[in-house]
Design a protein around this ligand. Structure first.
Ligand code: ADP
Ligand code: TRP
Length: 358
């Protein structure tokens, strides 16, 4: 039996920098919106100070539903540029494209072969997306969470900041690592103790960030896949369009903005957006807007949104004017990510008993 090399065990609760690892990603499908920013990417920016951070553009996930080949590369680049424009700093974070690191596909295959089919069939997102696809559901759509597990497990991630809708997928990644890889294949050390092969990430944290709701329905979340463009504000929307969308946003007949009234989801959502975008506490925003009519509030919200997005849009334009810089960032990201991922993949290959190439 092969003697495992303890030097290649998971990197414990910290990367080489001594800081806990973070990995997250967004799909390059359509324009990123305020929900993606306020609910996800903004939290990533803060984590850079305290964690060893890896952020990928998950383009392999983007083809699990029918996609346009002519758009994929551009959407991938623009998503990476938006990460940077939002404040992800390539000096402190590893920014890369999922398909550039082939270990993601390979680990996905290895995990596929130990993941029970019925774990995947009960994933809520699969059921919802499959319904939308009708007859043409790909095996890739069912397999989506296993690829996501590979993304996470390759980097020995301690923490995976994701929104509410991704919690079930993170739980699945934990179960695959724990029950299907470590419990079955972990080699023993000299004392007979199992040496885990994969790091099991922390369970999902209840509220990582704000949940931003649709502008046209305060009860459903703002989403890239909503066919109505007016339901969301894209991060690159020009000021006039932002104002127009807010002007048309759904309201209710009551005066005054407030939080927490279940009868008034639109008031709650738009006041929450105002607080986040204007940098006010919820109390301060309530005090300011409690007596305002919608006609006074909406221009104020539009102004706050335009002002909050202006620096980000400016940085985005600068980044897109310098394609060489962006490609260097992704090249460096690919190298750094590839090194970490390859080491993990090798641990799994060894544990599963593959013949090493000579
Ligand atoms: P979408 O649902 O718009 O397609 P994704 O599923 O690609 O967005 O999500 C990318 C990240 O942004 C995830 O971490 C997700 O939880 C977060 N996110 C998406 N929409 C929202 C929202 N409306 N509010 C808060 N976070 C969101
Ligand atoms: N499924 C995630 C989403 O739709 C995107 C994703 C893919 C991801 N791989 C990941 C998020 C790994 C965190 C970690 O938002």
């Amino acid at each position: 039996m092969a003697i495992p090399d303890p030097g290649i065990a998971p990197s414990g609760s910290a990367g080489p920098s001594g800081r806990p690892r973070v990995l997250s990603g967004v799909q390059p499908t359509g324009a990123l919106h305020l929900g993606n920013w306020l609910g996800a990417i903004r939290n990533w920016v803060d984590l850079q100070d305290s964690h060893d951070t890896f952020f990928c553009v998950v383009d392999l996930h983007a083809i699990t539903v029918p996609h346009e080949p002519a758009r994929l590369a551009e959407d991938t680049l623009s998503t990476a540029a938006l990460y940077l424009a939002c404040g992800i700093d390539p000096q402190r974070s590893t920014v890369f494209v999922q398909s550039h690191v082939s270990a993601h596909s390979e680990l996905c295959w290895l995990l596929n072969c130990v993941t029970p089919l019925n774990w995947l069939e009960r994933m809520i997102q699969f059921k919802e997306k499959a319904l939308k696809q009708g007859a043409d559901v790909s095996a890739g759509l069912l397999d989506y969470p296993v690829l996501m597990a590979a993304d996470i497990l390759l980097y020995d991630a301690d923490r995976v900041p994701v929104g509410e809708d991704q919690k079930q997928h993170l739980e699945l990644a934990r179960d695959i690592a724990q029950q299907r890889i470590n419990a079955r294949f972990a080699p023993r050390d000299g004392e007979g103790e199992p040496m885990p092969i994969l790091k099991v990430p922390e369970p999902p944290i209840l509220r990582e960030g704000a949940r931003v709701m649709s502008l046209t329905d305060g009860r459903s979340k703002m989403s890239k896949s909503d066919p109505n463009e007016g339901s969301r504000i894209a991060l690159l929307d020009p000021p006039e369009l932002i104002s127009r969308k807010i002007k048309r946003a759904k309201t209710d007949p009551q005066m005054g903005l407030e939080f927490g009234n279940p009868e008034r989801p639109e008031a709650d959502n738009l006041l929450g957006l105002y607080a986040l975008l204007a940098g006010r506490s919820r109390e301060a925003a309530t005090a300011e807007c409690a007596a305002m009519g919608w006609g006074t509030f909406k221009p104020l919200l539009a102004e706050a949104a335009v002002a909050a997005l202006a620096p980000l849009q400016q940085r985005y334009r600068e980044l897109r004017r310098d394609p060489r810089y962006l490609s260097e960032v992704l090249q460096q990201g690919r190298e750094r990510a590839g090194n970490v991922a390859e080491a993990t993949l090798e641990r799994v290959r060894q544990a599963l008993g593959f013949l090493p190439p000579t």
